[in-house]
Ligand binder design. Structure first.
Ligand code: URA
Length: 242
């Protein structure tokens, strides 16, 4: 692919801006500056720098973010800063044929919830992950106000009725990891689901963290606010519903 097109697909600006970046000597690969915008490069595994900042070519972008507290998962936040401000601008500006520009969060976490959030510009992947037939459990770690008891866990597993649907929602599993620490894997994703389920059994969520989605756990070395590309194997695993 021509270098100017590579930069364009990766979100570095219009085709004209990208050609300009190359001509001005701002783009290097393999340690050498390339000044021909039409230089033909293999994209597979391509690494390059733009004004000194390192980038990896990705045909589609799949990433994980450690969402910090006090951020909204909306492009147009109402009160708190948007999670999208935590991403470098190419990820927000990637062109996406006929679809919304840039990566989108797969589902949302509340403003005060922390933890694993996936983002992508692959519309089919978003659709697949959100499908009710795609039962990848999302694991939540809730710090609760009152000590947990066996009856509360039993009720969460048996199913509780929330105010917007007469059909009970149940946890796929659930365990008291400590007296005030509830681990709750859920396969659905209703609005405020964990907080409402916990409230329905007479307790209260004081803090909420998502530690895993399927087999993908939030890496311990990914600190709040940091993001990372998913590997091809991790994307495949999630696609397969694991
Ligand atoms: N359940 C909640 O209550 N909040 C979240 O952010 C996610 C799941």
């Amino acid at each position: 692919m021509q270098l100017q097109d590579i930069l364009y697909t990766q979100g570095f600006g219009t085709r004209r801006v990208c050609a300009g970046l190359v001509q001005q000597g701002f783009v290097a690969t393999g340690g050498a500056v390339v000044t021909d915008p039409a230089a033909d490069l293999p994209t597979d595994g391509l690494r390059f720098t733009v004004q000194g900042a390192a980038w990896e070519y990705h045909d589609k972008a799949y990433l994980m973010l450690h969402k910090p507290a006090g951020t909204e998962c909306s492009q147009k936040p109402s009160t708190w800063p948007s999670i999208y401000t935590l991403l470098p601008s190419p990820l927000r500006l990637r062109p996406n044929k006929g679809a919304v520009q840039g990566v989108q969060a797969i589902g949302r976490l509340d403003q005060d919830t922390t933890g694993l959030l996936l983002l992508t510009d692959d519309g089919q992947f978003i659709h697949r992950m959100g499908s009710p037939r795609h039962h990848v459990p999302k694991v939540y770690e809730a710090t609760v106000k009152h000590p947990l008891d066996a009856a509360q866990i039993e009720r969460l597993l048996a199913g509780v009725v929330l105010d917007d649907d007469p059909k009970p929602v149940r946890a796929a599993a659930g365990e008291a990891v400590g007296p005030l620490h509830l681990r709750l894997p859920l396969t659905e994703g209703k609005y405020h689901q964990v907080k409402r389920m916990v409230a329905a059994v007479g307790n209260r969520v004081e803090a909420l963290h998502r530690s895993a989605i399927g087999a993908l756990a939030l890496p311990e070395d990914l600190t709040p606010g940091q993001w990372r590309w998913l590997s091809a194997a991790q994307v495949q695993q999630l696609r397969d519903g694991r």
